[in-house]
Design a protein around this ligand. Structure first.
Ligand code: UDP
Ligand code: MG
Length: 319
C-alpha cells in the first residue's frame, strides 16, 4: 500500500478537491493507497473537513497538531502515522501534480527506494523568491556534496527509508536533504510545478530567508569554517599591512595612519561579530536539540476519534 502524506496548514479550500483528485488518479492507476492529512495547527476548518472525509472514506485519515509546528514537523508526523509499504509526501494545493505519483510508484515497483521529484520549472514565483532559492540550493549543494538543485519535498520513499528517517533523534530536521543523506538507491522524476489551486502561499520573503538559514545550520556545520577563513584572511591582511607600516617607520616615512587604524578596527570588529553571530547560531541550535522537546504534539487523530478514544494527546516522543 502507498501512504500519501499531505501537510496542510489553513487549507480548508483545498482538502476536498485534493483528496478527490488524488484518489481518482490512484483508482485509475489501480494503486492501493491511503491519504494521511496532517493539519499543522490550522486556524480554519481544515481538520473538521479531514475528519468528515475520514468518516465517509476509510482510505482517508488525519491528525491535528496542537499548534503550528511547521511543514517539517507535519511531514514527519505523517510519515510516522502512515501504514504503507512506501510513502509519498505532497503539498495540499496540488502544486505537486498527482499524476507524477503514478510515475514514481512504477519506479518504486522496479526497486528504487527513493524517487526524488525534481522541478522542471519553478512555477510562477517572484524574481526575489527564485534568486533566493537558487542561492540557497547552490550553498546547500556545495556544503552537502549532493546536487540538490530544484529538489523539493515531493518524493516517494520506501518504508525502509521512512523507518530510518523516523528513528533519527534530531529535533530540527531538513527532510529534503536528509533523504539524500541516507544514501539509499535513488532516482529522479521531473515535474512542472502547477499553479496553487486555491488559497495563498504560507511563505513570505522573510520566512523563506529564515527557513533557508535555519536549514543550512541544522544540516551542516561547514559554515563554521567561514569563521576560520575570516581569521586566516585577517591574519594575512595584518601581515601585509604590518610589514608596510614597519618599513615606513624605519625609513622615517610613517604617516599619521589614523585612517588605516579606523579601517582596520571596522573590518576586524565586523569579522569578529560575524564569527560570534555564526557560533551563536550553532549554540542556539544545540540548545534546542539538548532540550529534547517533541517535534510536534498531536491533539486529534481521526483513528482515535473513530474508536471513541478521548486520550488523543500524543507527541513525537510517545510514538
Ligand atoms: N504547510 C504546513 N505548515 C506550514 C506551512 C505550510 O503544513 O506552516 C503546508 C501547506 O499547507 C502546503 C505545503 O505545506 O500543503 C506547502 O505550502 P505552501 O503552498 O504555502 O508553500 P509554497 O508552495 O508556496 O512553497
Ligand atoms: Mg504551494
Amino acid at each position: 500500500m502507498l501512504s500519501i502524506i499531505i501537510p496542510s496548514y489553513n487549507e480548508e479550500q483545498n482538502i476536498k478537491n485534493t483528496a478527490k483528485t488524488v484518489l481518482d488518479i490512484m483508482d485509475r492507476a489501480e494503486i492501493d493507497c491511503e491519504l494521511v492529512f496532517v493539519s499543522d495547527g490550522s486556524k480554519d476548518n481544515t481538520f473538521d473537513i479531514i475528519h468528515s472525509l475520514s468518516l465517509e472514506n476509510p482510505q482517508i485519515k488525519g491528525i491535528e497538531f496542537s499548534r503550528n509546528f511547521g511543514k517539517e514537523a507535519a511531514i514527519f508526523a505523517g510519515l510516522s502515522k502512515g501504514n504503507g509499504d512506501c510513502f509519498v509526501v505532497m503539498d495540499c494545493d496540488l502544486q505537486h501534480p498527482p499524476e507524477t505519483i503514478v510515475e514514481m510508484y512504477r519506479l518504486w515497483e522496479q526497486g528504487y527506494e527513493i524517487i526524488e521529484g525534481v522541478k522542471n520549472t519553478r512555477g510562477n514565483e517572484s524574481v526575489f523568491h527564485k534568486a533566493l532559492a537558487n542561492t540557497f540550493y547552490k550553498i546547500l549543494s556545495s556544503l552537502t556534496g549532493f546536487d540538490m538543485k530544484n529538489t523539493s519535498d515531493f518524493k516517494l520513499l520506501d518504508k525502509k527509508v521512512v523507518n530510518v528517517l523516523c528513528s533519527m533523534p534530531e529535533r530540527k530536521t531538513f527532510f529534503r536533504a536528509l533523504t539524500f543523506w541516507t544514501g539509499f538507491q535513488s532516482t529522479t522524476v521531473c515535474y512542472d510545478v502547477a499553479e496553487r489551486n486555491l488559497g495563498t502561499s504560507k511563505w513570505s520573503g522573510k520566512s523563506l530567508l529564515r527557513y533557508a538559514i535555519s536549514n543550512i545550520i541544522s544540516f551542516s556545520s561547514s559554515p563554521l569554517n567561514i569563521v576560520t577563513y575570516l581569521g586566516v584572511i585577517s591574519v594575512l591582511f595584518g601581515i601585509i599591512i604590518g610589514i608596510q607600516t614597519l618599513v615606513r617607520f624605519f625609513i622615517g616615512a610613517a604617516l599619521g595612519g589614523f585612517t588605516t587604524v579606523i579601517l582596520l578596527m571596522l573590518i576586524l570588529c565586523g569579522c569578529i561579530l560575524i564569527g560570534l553571530g555564526l557560533i551563536g547560531k550553532y549554540l542556539a541550535a544545540m540548545y534546542d536539540e539538548i532540550k529534547k522537546r517533541p517535534k510536534y504534539i498531536i491533539e486529534k487523530d481521526t483513528d482515535d476519534m473513530r474508536k471513541g478514544n478521548s486520550s488523543w494527546i500524543k507527541t513525537s516522543l510517545t510514538k
